[in-house]
Design a protein around this ligand. Structure first.
Ligand SMILES: *Cc1c(COP(=O)(O)O)cnc(C)c1O
Length: 402
């Protein structure tokens, strides 16, 4: 067993050209606040199709600033789905607001539109219309953003697309293809460049928008709320002068990180193509195991960039959810014994102790519970070989019949 190659659920691909790109910046004049940041932002604008991009220190910082730009103030409500990384909800709390949750469709792990509508309507009736809705592009799939935007508009909410899983994903609407993170059906979107994501800067993130005023605000919030822009100053004491216009943060990303990001961005089409090829290998293999395992379904019109590849363990006739969850746990451990390291994305956020203690996340989320009981994220990263997929599938077919 000691010689078997470990297969994590995700990992970065770093080549010599990435190392050279970072080294070149290290030998230059700017380690941070230099030209490479803007260059990386232009590359991201090109990739997503969004007009403006603000690169920041991580995806969570991007969510925090997006929540502030969306106008989430202390006491305000906002909604995300309960199957997501905790940061999608925490951003509302950072801004002093209260996160509420919508359920997911267990077949896709995407926000359930009827549930979203129900929770938005309930908040509107209670006189507390949500300031923001945060739809999550789970695994690289994309929810029906045009419909989410309609629901948001009716309630006066701003849509912040959490596109951390979806760089390179597209979706179709009315015969046109749109890119995740492009803000065609969202006011703001966020990306993450954590090592398991589609491209990495070590830690890193970005906010995209087509709104110039929000862009200007985000630039300031990223760096202490400070501006030197003459047209934005209230007074001007001289050439040294700057003003703090709002309470901002140091959420800057470095030129070192952006050099890595730029180098990685060149390879994004290849990375995404490889993820899609791996996904179709898995899809084909799982048709033979259809009575035990079902891949997560991707809505029609969506071309996922597959940040994750999730399979769901099917309930046996008459089997309850607790028993499915037990069998999933056994699969998880069995894979680990074979040096295959799956993951579970995600534990429903409303069940997290810190949310519970804060009195957040009450309600019933049967779709999320069903999904969580049986989901398993399998290895999915560009450097995986076809043989690796076969190894994972062989292990699963052996384990799943037990
Ligand atoms: C990774 C991720 C984030 C946060 O990104 P960090 O860069 O790790 O802060 C936010 N939302 C989702 C859905 C993510 O997967």
């Amino acid at each position: 067993m000691g010689l078997v190659k470990p297969l994590p659920y995700g990992r970065q691909s770093i080549d010599d050209d990435d190392v050279a790109a970072v080294t070149a910046v290290l030998r230059g004049d700017w380690l941070t606040q230099g030209p490479t940041v803007a260059e990386f932002e232009r590359a991201l604008a090109e990739i997503t199709g969004a007009r403006y991009v603000v690169a920041v220190s991580n995806g969570t910082a991007a969510l925090h600033l997006a929540a502030l730009a969306a106008g989430v103030n202390p006491g305000d409500a906002a909604i995300t789905s309960t199957i997501t990384f905790v940061a999608s909800a925490n951003c509302v709390r950072y801004a002093g607001g209260t996160p509420f949750f919508a359920d997911v469709d267990p077949r896709t792990a995407l926000v359930s539109l009827p549930s979203l509508e129900e929770h938005v309507d309930r908040l509107v009736r209670a006189g507390r219309p949500p300031k923001a809705i945060v739809p999550v592009d789970m695994t690289g799939s994309v929810p029906d953003l045009p419909r989410v935007q309609e629901i948001a508009k009716r309630a006066g909410a701003v849509v912040i697309e959490d596109a951390a899983h979806a760089l390179g994903s597209t979706y179709r609407h009315d015969g046109t293809t749109y890119r995740a993170g492009g803000c065609a059906h969202a006011t703001l979107a966020i990306l993450s460049f954590h090592p398991v994501k589609h491209l990495t800067t070590g830690e890193g993130g970005a906010i995209t928008t087509n709104d110039k005023a929000l862009y200007d605000e985000l630039l300031e919030l990223r760096s202490h709320g400070i501006t030197r822009e003459p047209s934005r100053l209230e007074r001007n004491d001289g050439p040294w002068y700057y003003e703090q216009r709002a309470l901002g943060f140091n959420y800057r990303i470095t030129d070192l990180q952006c050099a890595l990001g730029l180098s990685q961005a060149k390879k994004l089409p290849r990375f995404v193509a490889r993820r899609r090829a791996l996904a179709s290998l898995y899809d084909r293999a799982f048709t033979d195991l259809a009575e035990h395992l079902t891949p997560l379904s991707v809505p029609a019109g969506v071309d996922s960039a597959y940040h994750l590849y999730v399979v769901r363990l099917r309930a046996r006739p008459g089997e309850n959810q607790g028993s499915v969850a037990e069998r999933r746990k056994a699969l998880f451990s069995g894979l680990r014994e074979r040096q295959i390291f799956p993951q579970v994305h995600y534990i429903p956020v409303h069940t997290q102790p810190d949310f519970r203690r804060a009195g957040l996340g009450s309600g019933s989320f049967p779709g999320a519970e069903e999904y969580y009981a049986g989901c398993l994220s399998l290895p999915m990263f560009p450097a995986m070989e076809d043989d690796d997929v076969e190894r994972v599938v062989a292990a699963l077919s052996e384990l799943v019949v037990r």
